[in-house]
Design a protein around this ligand. Sequence first.
Ligand SMILES: Cc1cc2nc3c(=O)[nH]c(=O)nc-3n(C[C@H](O)[C@H](O)[C@H](O)COP(=O)(O)OP(=O)(O)OC[C@H]3O[C@@H](n4cnc5c(N)ncnc54)[C@H](O)[C@@H]3O)c2cc1C
Length: 388
Amino acid sequence: MKSTADVVIIGGGVIGASILFNLGRLGVTDTLLVEKDLLGSGSTGRSQTICRMHYSNPVTATMAWESLGIFVHFGEVVGGESGFVETGYLVVVNEEDRNGLERNVGMQYDLGIDTMQITADDLRDIAPMVSVGEDEVMAWEPQSGYADAHMVTSSYGIRAREMGAEIALKNPATEIVVSGGRVRAVVTAEGRVETPVAVVASGPWSKGVLAQVGVDVPLVPVRHQVASLSRPMDKLPLHPTVGDIAQSFSFRPDGSSLTLMGFGPEEEVELETYNQGVDMDVMADALGRLTRRIPAMAEAEFRRGWSGLFTTTPDWHPILDAVPGIEGLYCAVGFSGHGFKLAPMVGVTMSELIVEGISSTVDISPLRFTRFEEGDLLESSYRYRVLA
Ligand SMILES: Cc1cc2nc3c(=O)[nH]c(=O)nc-3n(C[C@H](O)[C@H](O)[C@H](O)COP(=O)(O)OP(=O)(O)OC[C@H]3O[C@@H](n4cnc5c(N)ncnc54)[C@H](O)[C@@H]3O)c2cc1C
């Protein structure tokens, strides 16, 4: 491993890998990414990887939309493959959330995002397998879908390495050395790296990494469950991706014959000891909701399940910023269960912030570090916050 670098990134999830690649695009290639395990082994590898644009705030809606373009044109923009599959995305809310949905769709429309409010009649043409009640309200995004977490993360890593970056796996960062109010080095299991810039992109572990330099960041790990189901292919060859805010869960197709369902209560857990499997009673309840939404899923078969961690902040939005008080320290943390879809633009904006001192492609100041102490939190139009 090199002993000096212009930038050291701590964490090789989709966020760290995207920042590493984008630094290279800006000409900063004397870089090192350290990962305590393998690329994508944290939240990224457990993600449902849904890429939808429906958000309550322009900053995240814009980042999701710009990121979608990168997922779709990944070969040209990055190189390698993203595994993006266009499925369309349906968001369903109860009548009581009508105003929130209309507000979000209007905001997205003004941003140029391909979305529209639809009626139950429209839905019969678009996705006749999906069943909705008279008291439910919907929006449709024809271009949304899902991508492949490992393809995206490893493609970013490979391209960054081709530009000169180094990636050190199985190599935890054990200390960020700060003196005189600025970053001097990062100490890892393999040795010390002198650097003026450290970027914390350590997912659920970020609170501990930052605490070690006296920085308190309000991150809480929340468990989320995923089940992989076999579809009855004779009755249900395909379906769109659905954000079912009315029933507080989501699902998407997975390849040609599987469906991935994400569900579970907002359960705060301990990072190292949480249950990484699924709760079968909670899964059965979610399956009931899925069957209500797509009756043919009554014949679905459970194949396997797992749990992963959302790294939540008080407003369920990420923190993309320089860390105040320590020159050269940056963080891209707290993605609160929706960071995969934003990752391409997180890399673009964070690399601009690090290299040019300001993110010019998208104004990420609403996601600044100090917003919690300032009481200037982002707001969601809905109760189930991860869905928008
Ligand atoms: C079940 C589930 C479903 C999800 N579904 C979606 C979805 O549909 N759409 C969406 O957009 N988002 C979704 N997300 C959220 C998304 O997956 C995350 O926001 C995103 O993957 C976060 O990436 P990351 O790189 O910040 O974190 P991680 O992937 O956790 O990466 C952090 C990395 O840092 C490493 N690390 C930690 N400490 C150290 C250290 N000291 N030294 C070196 N390395 C270290 C870890 O090993 C890890 O690999 C979901 C998440 C989960 C858990």
